[in-house]
Design a protein around this ligand. Structure first.
Ligand code: 5GP
Length: 206
């Protein structure tokens, strides 16, 4: 039935559901494993990959911008969001809340977009419960020794903070089995190529 006839008959055409839902890619890594650099490079490489900007109650660091690095919101707004089921997943990391907008994910997945999340292991578990088809990727440092060297050479953290980050890194690395893919970030170019080939494999292009 064409549109004219449909109009006359009073029958409503079903909403246009032309596409398959997009893929959700979840990237996690212990701090110092080079995840942020990898994330930026992969987003440059795949212009159709949409980055889910997380919401956080932590204060912006120097050089960070609202709605670019994070959506910076207050603790009270975040907690209201928990009560209203606004987050597809959320976690408290180092005393601050971090979460992913459920609306952003659902709307863009329904539109057939591919989305990249950069979240921690606790968040990944929740995402896998809600979106079991997610493609999960864990970035590993080559060794704890190298991770320690990287954290120390950044020169941004105290010895105490480095010790805490290493402790957390060990805990996170022990949960790598949760992830479908594990990339060892020894040489950056190799790690980036591996990540690109994973995304290429699943990516829906139209
Ligand atoms: P940072 O404060 O250094 O930017 O991030 C600290 C940790 O929080 C990182 O491991 C990062 O992956 C994680 N994180 C960032 N956004 C989210 C989020 O929306 N949900 C969860 N669960 N973790 C997040």
């Amino acid at each position: 039935m064409n549109n004219q006839k449909l109009k006359r008959s009073g029958v409503k055409r079903a909403p246009h559901v032309s596409q398959k839902p997009g893929h959700l890619f979840v990237l996690s890594a212990p701090s110092g494993a080079g995840k942020t650099t990898l994330r930026r490079a992969i987003l440059d490489q795949f212009s159709d990959l949409l980055y889910s900007i997380s919401y956080t109650s932590r204060k912006p660091r120097n050089g960070e911008h609202d709605s670019v690095d994070y959506h910076f919101i207050g603790k009270a707004e975040f907690e209201t969001g928990i009560a209203q089921d606004r987050w597809a997943e959320w976690a408290k990391v180092h005393g601050n809340y971090y979460g992913t907008s459920a609306h952003f994910l659902n709307q863009n997945l329904a539109d057939g977009k591919n989305i990249l999340l950069d979240i921690d292991v606790q968040g990944t578990r929740q995402i896998l419960n809600r979106y079991p088809e997610s493609i999960t990727i864990f970035v590993m440092p080559p060794s704890l020794e190298i991770l320690r060297n990287r954290l120390e050479s950044r020169g941004t953290d105290s010895a105490q903070t480095i010790a805490l980050r290493l402790k957390n890194a060990k805990k996170e690395m022990a949960q790598q089995k949760l992830y479908r893919h594990v990339i060892i970030n020894d040489r950056f170019a190799d790690a980036l190529a591996q990540l690109a080939s994973i995304i290429e494999k699943y990516r829906i292009t139209r």
